[in-house]
Design a protein around this ligand. Structure first.
Ligand code: HEC
Length: 189
């Protein structure tokens, strides 16, 4: 025990010396200005004529937007209970495949592949278009936890805001009695 002490002491002393040297170095560096820091002239700067980074390309247009006028209106305007925070009105649109199946849906059914359902939304306050929420029935296995629906959020400019296996959409729609689809809402002026 006792004979170990000098060793410990030596190590201690050594580390103190080292610390002192290092501290001195840092202080010297600070005092010296830029001994350890690149001088201002060394900091890379963008050349004045360099182009700023290109802005990201706008999101793609929803490929079915042009087909909107040909969709059937399954339900005209109603206050949306599910989307927005009570500030949206919606219309329910469907392509022929979905329209044919919609009213026959009974518990345990699944809408046929190729079904397209659209909630077309506008602000309740002033009718400003607020975009579309879309469900497209894809092939089995596409998104089992979401009824194999593809979920699409489209802006009022018809450009895609989000699409695919969107869990927040599917999670809420999982409460619907049949195949993630809520029944025809009650129209209201
Ligand atoms: C908080 C719950 C909730 C969330 C989240 C939600 N929905 Fe809905 N959705 C509803 C309800 C309730 C209806 C029935 C009509 C209404 O209230 O607008 C509906 C209706 C729809 C309809 C018409 C077909 C149907 O089921 O009646 C589509 C299409 C739709 N939603 C797509 C989406 C998409 C896409 C998303 C995600 C971007 C989404 N929804 C997120 C609750 C929700």
């Amino acid at each position: 025990m006792i004979q170990n002490c000098p060793v410990v002491e030596t190590r201690l002393t050594l580390s103190i010396v080292l610390a002192t040297i290092l501290a001195a170095g840092v202080v010297a560096g600070c005092a010296g200005g830029d001994a350890f820091l690149p001088g201002e002239s060394e900091v890379p700067r963008a050349a004045p004529d360099e182009h700023p980074p290109a802005p990201p390309p706008p999101p793609a247009k929803w490929e079915l937007a042009s087909a909107l006028p040909s969709l059937k209106v399954l339900q005209d305007t109603y206050p949306s209970r599910g989307h927005g925070v009570g500030d949206l009105r919606a219309r329910l649109l469907a392509n022929d495949t979905a329209a044919a199946a919609f009213d026959k849906l009974i518990r345990g059914d699944h809408m046929p592949q190729g079904s397209v359902l659209v909630s077309q939304q506008a602000r309740r306050a002033d009718g400003t278009p607020d975009g579309l929420f879309v469900m497209v029935k894809r092939e089995p296995g596409f998104f089992p936890a979401g009824g194999d629906w593809e979920w699409v959020a489209v802006g009022p400019d018809n450009r895609i805001r989000a699409r695919g296996q969107l869990a927040p959409c599917a999670r809420c729609h999982a409460d619907a009695a049949v195949d993630f689809v809520f029944p025809r809402p009650v129209p209201q002026p």
